[in-house]
Every structure is written in C-alpha cells, then in structure tokens.
Write a protein that binds this ligand. Structure first.
Ligand code: SF4
Length: 194
C-alpha cells in the first residue's frame, strides 16, 4: 500500500460515463497497482509514482457537485492499495446515500484476510473482484473483462439489474478539438478503425 497522506493518487477522472455501472457515474481510475495481471489494459496505471495528487476533501466535493450523479465507480490501478483514503471517501459518500461500484483485482479470499479491505468491499453497492485473466477474457460479460472475475450486487436497489445482457460496451467521445477518447475495452475490429 502506498498512500500520500490525505491525498489520492489519481490517474484519470470521467464525469458521466455510462459503461462502468448503472446510470451516469463519476468514475475515478486510481494510480498504482502491484498485482501485475498479464494482459492488463491499464499498465500505465501500475506505477505508484505520483500522477495527480488530489486532496480527499476536494475530491469528495467534486463528486457531490456533479449534478447528474447516479453514483461513483472506482477502478484502476488498484483502489484497495489506497485503502485508508478510500475508506474515508466511501464512509463520507455513504452518509450522502451515494451509490458506489468498486473494482478490485484482489480475490475474495485475499479480501477476507484483510480487515480494512473487507470493510471497504462491504460498503460497495456493486463489487467486481478478481485478477484480470487474459485467457479468460470475454467481451460478452457485463462490467467485467474476464470470466473468473466475480460481480456481486450488495444493495437491493439494484436487484432488478439485468446482469446477463452480455453486451460489451464502449464509450467514444470527441471533444471540441477533435480528440477521440475511448473508454472500455474495444474489440479488435473497433481498434483497427480508431
Ligand atoms: S488489478 Fe487491474 S490494474 Fe492491476 S494489473 Fe490487474 S487488471 Fe491491471
């Protein structure tokens, strides 16, 4: 675990993505991951060197100020390697009834052996856990990259979600300068035309 006092080390933030959980979500990619899954798509987020250090209070305000917020999604990098600040953030959001979806590369047996990681995972309304495994990659899984990863819905408000609709979602935006931004995991056909 490599934390920076009360600052998060953040790789990227998106406001209003619709492919990382239900609704329009504030999405944060944490910087730093020690798990090194072969085939990881986010290798640039492995380093624990400071990327964008953001004070946790400031981040909380930014999340709550997002007017179209349906929830927060955190992924990475490895969110549980910034566990103290993440626990603080989720506790603060719980008080405001903000839904949280959490991605972690840690497996359930590893999480259960760590008190703080367990508490954080229990606070997530939707939890996706387990390493990304290249040989189990499947583009038809909802919100997961490989078949071994476990998707757990832990809040009854999401009981009606269709978790088997099996569509790989990719979000493409073009900004005012013509820069194309791709979120998600496009298949080879889409990669070839981007
Ligand atoms: S846990 Fe996620 S970010 Fe870390 S190596 Fe695995 S796929 Fe990449």
């Amino acid at each position: 675990m490599q934390e920076h006092g009360t600052c998060f080390n953040i790789a990227h933030i998106e406001h209003g993505s619709e492919i990382y959980g239900p609704g329009k979500r504030f999405v944060i990619w944490f910087q730093g991951c020690s798990l090194a899954c072969p085939g990881c798509w986010n290798k640039s987020m492995w380093s624990f060197e400071p990327c964008n250090l953001v004070e946790r209070e400031k981040l909380l305000h930014e999340i709550l100020a997002y007017s179209e917020l349906d929830g927060l999604t955190v992924l990475g990098g490895e969110p549980l390697e910034q566990a103290h600040n993440l626990y603080w953030l989720l506790t603060s959001l719980q008080e405001k009834n903000v839904s949280v979806m959490l991605y972690t590369g840690y497996q359930m047996d590893e999480i259960k052996n760590d008190n703080l990681k367990s508490k954080i995972c229990e606070m997530a309304d939707i939890l996706v856990s387990g390493r990304y495994k290249e040989d189990e990659r499947d583009l038809n899984l909802k919100w997961r990259g490989s078949r071994n990863q476990i998707l757990l819905v832990q809040n009854e408000i999401y009981n009606d979600l269709d978790l088997d609709d099996g569509t790989n979602q990719v979000e493409i935006t073009i900004d005012e300068f013509g820069t194309i931004n791709v979120l998600g995991y496009p298949d080879d056909d889409l990669c070839s035309i981007l």
